[in-house]
Write a protein that binds this ligand. Structure first.
Ligand SMILES: *[C@@H]1O[C@H](CO)[C@@H](O)[C@H](O)[C@H]1NC(C)=O
Ligand SMILES: *[C@@H]1O[C@H](CO)[C@@H](O)[C@H](O)[C@H]1NC(C)=O
Ligand SMILES: *[C@@H]1O[C@H](CO)[C@@H](O)[C@H](O)[C@H]1NC(C)=O
Ligand SMILES: *[C@@H]1O[C@H](CO)[C@@H](O)[C@H](O)[C@H]1NC(C)=O
Length: 539
């Protein structure tokens, strides 16, 4: 089976013109449509050699998730967490009629790239007519802004921040359990995605874009003014979840109160860090308060070494679980402009990929939904503790379930290798469905999670299109705070590498171990234990 691979010219129109894997229908007007179970038509070697063609197939099918009533609500522009699918056919069944600021962030990153002209984003959004993709997302984002504004009118106590919320009604409201409560981490992800979105809009001379940008900018500015009041308690304390005195009272009402719901604070050096960067750069904090944000994180910034099965030592930043969810922040800010961060995080992917080879696992680990209980047609629960125990803070982990999206941080460094891992996981039984990849699978092939979510599908897509760090970079430069971003990012990591000892930056270089180690490729397959592929997505 030989691919007829044309030289890829990276102009928007030509990129996918000949992106057919072998076996696709051709000759018809629909020559663009790869088969649903396309992964089985691709060998690992073909993915490595013809990565852009493989990406074209991937985007076509992942894009089927992006439909009204599955990924979002066309009436109000809001995301849905996702949807379950039928165990036999793969057709959508029960919708997750709720969402959170983190899903909103993924949606907005995707849309920022879409109006910025990414042909990959356009293929995901509108494969039949890529030119229409920007119009589609603009219309959704107009509705979303109005929905955010209405939410703020009804629940001014949130100050523009978003809780877990019910999104299948025109007016959204806090989900059960989230009345008078709001999480910091997800909102940090949302703020930076809106920051990039505004910039993407402002760059384009199209009717209506500037007005929409202005609306979003007002929303972000007002929201950020409130955020310090809502989440920042001083002395480096940022609430993980803030308890709101009364969500119906305005932020400035004398009777309004905000306090951390528990001892849990947002002092992690992972995703939660996006909040600290926003406060530091735009929170009008005193120098003392700014410093305290980073001091609070120091105990968790630990230099570690991966060394197992003959692979290593590799210098890494210790993970919490070392889940593939943890590096999320690198999609939103230009962290890889900082040499030491890029190199340490590249090392993380050496550890992530090689660990699965050393331990003979057919995929990669990340926090994800557990498999479906077929008897009751329910998802068994969410698995947080999934990563690499030997280089994690939390060493008790559940390592039975792998997920395609755990390949996204690898994809950001090396598309061929990262997508070879993605392919290896979706090649498992039931791991493709009429809406692209399936949430997760057991390592032993005994079960899968018959579910679609933004996290498990779109993190990968956003990684393929490069995140929005470059848009954020331009805007940080325009706002005059880019150098400060680089300075604090660099400083925090130099401390990590050299254990607080003040040394010259050039001396830090020599301290990274394992940079000569190649990323590893999958070496074993998911066993066939008799699960039947979804009937709507058979080979
Ligand atoms: C929220 O509504 C208040 C009025 O209740 C208004 O002053 C504020 O600007 C709004 N905030 C956002 C983020 O739109
Ligand atoms: C910081 O101060 C500037 C200038 O006074 C103001 O425009 C901005 O809204 C303030 N930001 C916050 C987060 O309070
Ligand atoms: C995942 O599901 C299995 C049943 O397949 C169960 O035994 C296990 O405890 C679940 N794991 C977690 C972390 O919830
Ligand atoms: C995990 O993190 C906590 C909080 O920073 C720390 O006290 C603990 O020692 C860490 N444990 C490991 C194994 O890294």
């Amino acid at each position: 089976m030989k691919l007829n691979h044309p030289a890829l010219t990276l102009t928007a129109g030509a990129l996918f013109a000949n992106a057919l894997p072998s076996g696709s229908s051709s000759g018809s007007g629909d020559h663009d449509a790869p088969p649903c179970r396309f992964a089985l038509k691709w060998s690992q070697e073909q993915v490595l050699d013809h990565t852009d063609d493989f990406i074209s197939d991937l985007l076509y099918w992942e894009g089927k998730f992006h439909q009204d009533g599955i990924a979002y609500n066309a009436e109000n522009g809001m995301s849905y967490d996702g949807s379950q699918i039928d165990w036999v056919t793969g057709e959508k069944t029960e919708k997750h009629s709720f969402s959170a600021a983190s899903k909103e962030a993924l949606q907005i990153m995707l849309y920022s790239r879409t109006i910025d002209g990414s042909p990959e984003a356009a293929r995901f959004i509108s494969p039949g007519n890529p030119k229409d993709a920007p119009n589609k997302v603009i219309s959704i984002m107009e509705k979303k802004l109005k929905t955010y504004q209405r939410f703020n009118e009804t629940y001014p106590g949130f100050g523009g921040a978003l809780p877990w919320m019910v999104t299948n009604t025109v007016d959204v409201s806090p989900q059960d359990g989230w009345t008078n409560r709001v999480p910091g981490l997800d909102n940090g992800e949302l703020w930076w995605s809106v920051y990039a979105w505004i910039h993407a809009l402002e760059k384009i001379n199209q009717p209506g874009y500037q007005e929409l940008a202005k609306g979003w900018k007002t929303w972000l500015d007002v929201t950020l003014e409130n955020m310090v009041k809502i989440f920042h308690r001083g002395e480096g304390v940022v609430c993980a979840v803030t308890e709101i005195g009364d969500q119906a009272l305005p932020v400035d009402d004398p009777a309004q109160t905000y306090k951390c719901e528990s001892e849990a604070v947002l002092n992690d050096p992972y995703e939660g860090e996006l909040v600290a960067y926003m406060f530091h750069l735009f929170g009008n904090l005193s120098e003392e308060d700014k410093d305290a944000l980073w001091v609070a994180k120091r105990p968790q910034l630990v230099n570690d070494e991966y060394d197992m099965g003959g692979v290593g030592p590799i210098t890494v930043e210790r993970g919490y679980w070392f889940s593939g969810h943890e590096p999320w922040k690198v999609l939103e800010l230009p962290f890889y402009d900082v040499d030491i961060i890029r190199r340490v995080y590249h090392n993380a992917e050496r550890a992530r990929t090689c660990n699965s080879v050393v331990t003979k696992v057919p995929g990669l680990f990340a926090s994800v939904n557990n498999i479906t209980d077929v008897e009751t047609d329910t998802i068994i629960g969410y698995i947080s503790p999934a990563g690499i125990p030997s280089i994690a803070n939390q060493t008790e982990q559940y390592l039975e379930v792998i997920t395609p999206y755990a390949s996204w941080p690898t994809i950001l460094f090396d598309k061929p290798v990262g997508l070879a891992w993605w392919r290896n996981m979706v090649a498992g039984k039931k791991m493709q469905n009429p809406y692209g990849s399936t949430e997760s699978t057991r390592v032993d092939g005994e079960g899968v999670s018959a579910l679609l979510t933004w996290d498990s599908k779109v993190l990968t897509v956003v990684s393929i299109i490069g995140g929005v760090g470059d848009l954020a970079r331009e805007r940080l430069q325009a706002d005059g705070v880019y150098d400060e971003f680089v300075r604090i990012a660099e400083l925090s990591r130099i401390r990590l590498i050299i254990h607080g000892v003040k040394r010259e930056y050039s001396m830090v270089f020599g301290d990274l171990k394992g940079e000569d180690i190649e990323l590893c490729l999958p070496s074993v397959e998911i066993p066939d234990r008799g699960l039947k592929d979804f009937t709507q997505c058979e080979a």
